[in-house]
Design a protein. Structure first.
Length: 117
């Protein structure tokens, strides 16, 4: 079955860096456009970065030039390197396809990223 397992979050001071990872299974990962989403308390989930099957990346304006997405089709993993973090980046980070094509039940548990000022 489709599964996403996120890891690597934590607590970091403003200006610091973190790398989060996602292991995906149960679908044709190599052919999928994949993305990182985040949800902050009281806010809607938003897409912050994506990468197509051809390796083309796109970023939200708020993360451009600070975040870098990478996709390893052989290992079926997705990663997000986050630099120069700010408190506004505090959220639970999830990976999924772009657009989301699977049941809402397939969302992973996410990984918490907390940035202190």
């Amino acid at each position: 079955q489709v599964q996403f397992v996120e890891s690597g979050g934590g607590l970091v001071q403003a200006g610091g860096s973190l790398r989060v990872s996602c292991a995906a299974s149960g679908f044709a990962f190599g052919f999928a456009t994949m993305g990182w989403y985040r949800q902050a308390p009281g806010k809607q989930r938003e897409l912050v970065a994506s990468m197509t099957r051809d390796g083309i990346s796109n970023y939200a304006d708020s993360t451009k030039d600070r975040f870098t997405i990478s996709k390893d089709n052989d290992k079926r993993t997705l990663a997000l390197q986050m630099n120069n973090l700010t408190p506004e980046d505090t959220a639970v980070y999830y990976c999924n396809t772009v657009p989301v094509v699977f049941s809402v039940r397939t969302w992973g548990q996410g990984t918490q990223v907390t940035v202190s000022s």
